[in-house]
Structures are given as structure tokens and as C-alpha cells.
Design a protein. Sequence first.
Length: 367
Amino acid sequence: MRVLVWQWGRRGAGPRFAGELARSFAQVAGTESLLSLSEGAEVLQAPNPPRCDLKMRTYTGQASFALRALSAPVLVPGLARWAREREIAVALCAMPAAMDFVMAAALRRAGVPYAVVVHDADLHPGDNYPFQIRLQQQLVGGASGVFALSTHVASRLREQGVLNGRKLLTASLPPFDYGPPPPPVCAHGGKLRLLSFGRLLPYKGLDLLADGLALLGARDDLEVRVVGSGPESPVLQRLRALPGVTVERRWVPEAEVAGLLAWSDALVLSHREASQSGVAAIAMAGRRWLVATRVGGLEEQLGREPMAILCEPTAASLADALRCLLTAARRPPPAAPDLHGAWREVAANMVGSLARLCRDRVPAPAE
């Protein structure tokens, strides 16, 4: 069975996730995989980029997106021919992006069923892409199956009523390797290094982090970096004013993620809401400690992780978890996970589900 994996985002973890899926699918007996990414995907310029079988010119902003969208009638026949010539049996959108409607139309024209991996069923508070969920729902509307990366997301999809009889399949996000193994935790011999990494938006609970650190008080054994992209806000000013805390408000390109992880000893996920966390998956692969709130799909993702300390989404509970971290991180870490085994297991389960979709040949309803 030949599977096409596509993801046409340019930044963030989506293209890398797609590359890992394609690589892992190819290791499942009887399966071949092809990968399509945006030609502007950061991961293609990073060290050890994935093999990409089809680079798609997407867009760089709103104006170029509008132009590319208008060219869809020209793009679809060529993409359909490409899929037929390569005898694609089934396709998988690894993470929805704005131009997926073009690939979906091409696959319908080629008679190829497709499934969609849904990472988030709802917009996160503070998201500034108002059409993101609507585009995702349209993509799901033409799919033969939907993979949810957590039971939290699966429940929300059922509640929203967007499935309309489509098969709801399950998957998970394995530990996410971002480069060579970082040095062991606390190998630097100094203060414990705590990292808050990702989008600086309200759902990340940076106010909880500020309040929790304030309750923890000034300490000479802890330093904190808050790094990510997002708007300036009062809570960032509060964090900057705390002793031992620095804030770096910037986009972190693919090439810098491994170095940022190597700097840290632990990551804090002070979320008020979450589906699951790509940052947590990166931390697990790098053998970093995690402090995370029990919200959304985080408890499901981290509940069995021996290097995770879970807490309630309150400042007091977060402060207590950080106190536990300061002790736990100095102890020898648990045994490292089998990263490749985790991806092989996820890939085998997903390929089995895709094979059933292919056999059933459930026709996708017209949009």
C-alpha cells in the first residue's frame, strides 16, 4: 500500500510531524510512503531534512495566499495526475493548513480516499486565525476518516457534530526527536534551568506561571527563560520583573529548537487549556523534566511519563509542583524511552486504520 502524507504549513512542528510519520510508515511491512511539504517549510532548511517527494509552493502572506487560491483550478488537475501516476492508495493530512482544499480536490479527482489528523478541535484562546477551524471542518467534511491525537480532541469532535458518520480513529503523539541527544539534566552544574517555550498566548497560562513563581519566591537555585512568539502583554512585563526570569519574545526557528532544549533541565507547561503538547513531546524525547497542569489532553499525554510532575491549574499547585521539581531533577533520571519503537507502534496502528479505509473505499461526500 502506498500512502501519501502531506502537510503544507511553513513553520512550527507540523512539517516535522509529517516527515516523522512518512518515515515511520515506510518501516511498516507492505507500506510505501511519499511526503509532500510546502517548499517554504522551515524543516527543509534545517539539519537532516526529511526526504520530500513533492514540494508545493504555497504562500508567504495573505496576498500570496489569495493568488494561490485563485490558481486552484489550474493546480488540481496536475496534482490529481501526480497521485494517479504514483498509484497512491490513500492519503493523510498530518496537520491541517490553509491550502489543503487544493490537495483534497485533487485526491477526489484521482479517486484517492484521505484521512485528517486533528490536533486541535477548537481555537485556543488568543489565536488570531479566525478561519482555521472552519477550514479544518471543511477538510474533515471531505475525508473518509479522522484521527484524533487525544480522547479530549475526539470528545470535542463528537460534541461539535462535524463527523457526520465518518470514522473517528485514534492516534497519539510520540516523543518528538529534534536532533542529537542533549546533555543530561543538570550536567552544567549550576542553577536548575526551567524553560517555558511556545506561543505566548492566554491559553499557555503565563499568568499562572507568574503567580506560581511569585509564590515560590526568589531562589538562588533556579533560573527561568520564557521564549516564544506572541503579542506584548502585561503578564510578560510581570514575568520580566520577577527575579531570575528572562523573557525572549521572538519566533524560534527550527534550527534553534535543539539548542534551546539542550539549555534546559525542565520545561513548564502552565496551560489553562490544551489538546496535547508538541513541546511536551519534544521534552520527553530529550529526557527533560516536565511540570504540567492537568487540563485538556495533557494528563492523558503525560500521565504515565516518569519525568512529568502534574498539578492543578492554580498558582499554588504550580508552585508546589516546582518545589517538587527542584528536588526530583537532581536525582538520576529514569530509563530513556524507545523513541523509534514508539513511532513504529503509532505508525503500525495508523497504517492499519488507513488500510481499512482503503479497503472500505467509503466515498467522500461532495462538499
